[in-house]
Design a protein around this ligand. Sequence first.
Ligand SMILES: Cc1cc2nc3c(=O)[nH]c(=O)nc-3n(C[C@H](O)[C@H](O)[C@H](O)COP(=O)(O)O)c2cc1C
Length: 218
Amino acid sequence: MPDRTGRNAEQPLNLASPEGLAALLSRRSVKTKDLDEPGPGPEDLERILAAARRVPDHGKLAPWRFLVFRGTARDALGRLIGECYRREEAQPDATVAKGLEGFALQAPVLVVLVSTPSDARPIPEWEQRLSAGAAGFALLAATHMTGYAGQWLTGWPAYSHELARTLGLGREDRIAGFFFLGTPKRKPSERPRPTREQVVREFTTAEEVSAARGRMLP
Ligand SMILES: Cc1cc2nc3c(=O)[nH]c(=O)nc-3n(C[C@H](O)[C@H](O)[C@H](O)COP(=O)(O)O)c2cc1C
């Protein structure tokens, strides 16, 4: 059983986990309209967040933060988002504002992932942003493996300067996404995925590499 940091002292490094792989191969998002109670409880959520903190991170900068909203904290966040919309937009639309007030209520648990690049060490910002993306995926994968489902959404709130200010984000900080977590009401239909041919090209000889110079992508 992993501890709160996600570490498992007894686990060998070369652990083969067909179940884990099967979970990754079957993962898919569940739209928020199909997410219901219960959301992950405190213990499950701790492990999900521990998995998200174990992502590759060049320079040990931990260039990401997680804001967790549950219960009535989601109502309060929704109201803040509505206020930000009314302040930020020159001609706010009442229906859109109302919709945004309900934004945070789309699932029992909401995790806001913030990309927080640091200049404490000379690690390119691009790499720190990629690490935040990896944290988002780890969050979703761990959610799926814990028996819940989630969806990564952005939309207006992710790009709002007012909301960023309200959350206390720094100048370089960006909202990477809102992760809505809950229990799926129904099995989601499969989504077409890119085929191997579309996105993978494999080279097995030196001649293939030479012949493909300048046009290696599939
Ligand atoms: C950075 C990012 C932002 C996203 N924002 C939205 C969004 O605002 N609305 C939406 O419908 N899907 C959004 N998606 C897509 C869904 O999270 C999800 O990937 C999609 O529904 C397909 O599900 P899958 O995880 O099974 O591939 C976003 C995905 C990413 C990576």
